[in-house]
Ligand binder design. Structure first.
Ligand code: GAR
Length: 187
């Protein structure tokens, strides 16, 4: 199968990146991870890129032209798909208009509920019965684009932020690959 070239954007631990690297080794998985981009030079996720010999780029978001540098690198690597995997920086309208290919994001809630930051504490404060994760297309509004896939679980009375995070991320490792397969199913 001819795989699409993907770039994974990270800011931190990179456990979703690690999982996608693993999945992408499968002959039938529709993407090849050509590039990893981090806006945080200390992101642990960079280790996964290094370990797997995947080129990576650390961008300094204080530079005015940092998105231009990203776009240049995406073009050079012929990237068809961007996966935001814990990338904690808003993608500008200008970037969205220049990268007219697919951009998807994973978010640790059942969108449209609990957009933005501090998701787990908001979920607990709101006494939710169920929670989960969402993979969606990125548009100019935060955590708002068309939903590709969601996975959920019931919250237990003994759950806290840590256990909810663990359960959510376990579902993320299924949801992200499944969303990518779904996007390219008809190719
Ligand atoms: C993931 O749980 C993802 O849903 C969340 O960051 C985590 C990154 O973990 N993303 C957001 O909150 C974006 N709004 P990872 O670095 O271990 O993949």
């Amino acid at each position: 199968m001819v795989k699409k070239n993907a770039c994974i954007f990270i800011s931190g631990k990179g456990s979703n990146l690690k999982n996608l690297i693993l999945k992408s080794r499968d002959y039938n998985f529709p993407i090849k991870i050509k590039l990893v981009i981090s806006n945080n030079k200390n992101a642990y996720g960079i280790f996964h890129a290094k370990k797997n010999s995947i080129p990576y780029l650390i961008v300094n978001t204080k530079l005015r032209n940092f998105e231009y540098l990203i776009l240049k690198s995406l073009k050079k690597n012929k990237i068809n798909l961007i996966c935001l995997a814990g990338y904690m920086k808003i993608i500008s309208k200008n970037f969205l208009s220049k990268f007219n290919k697919k951009i998807i994001n994973i978010h640790p809630s059942l969108l449209p509920k609990f957009k933005g930051l501090n998701t787990y504490s908001k979920i607990l404060k709101n006494n939710e019965i169920k929670t989960g994760c969402t993979v969606h297309y990125v548009n100019e509004k935060i955590d708002n684009g068309k939903i590709i896939i969601q996975k959920n679980f019931f919250i237990d009375s003994s759950d806290n932020e840590n256990t909810i995070k663990l359960k959510t991320q376990r579902l993320e490792y299924k949801a992200f690959p499944e969303a990518i397969i779904k996007i390219y199913r008809n190719f």
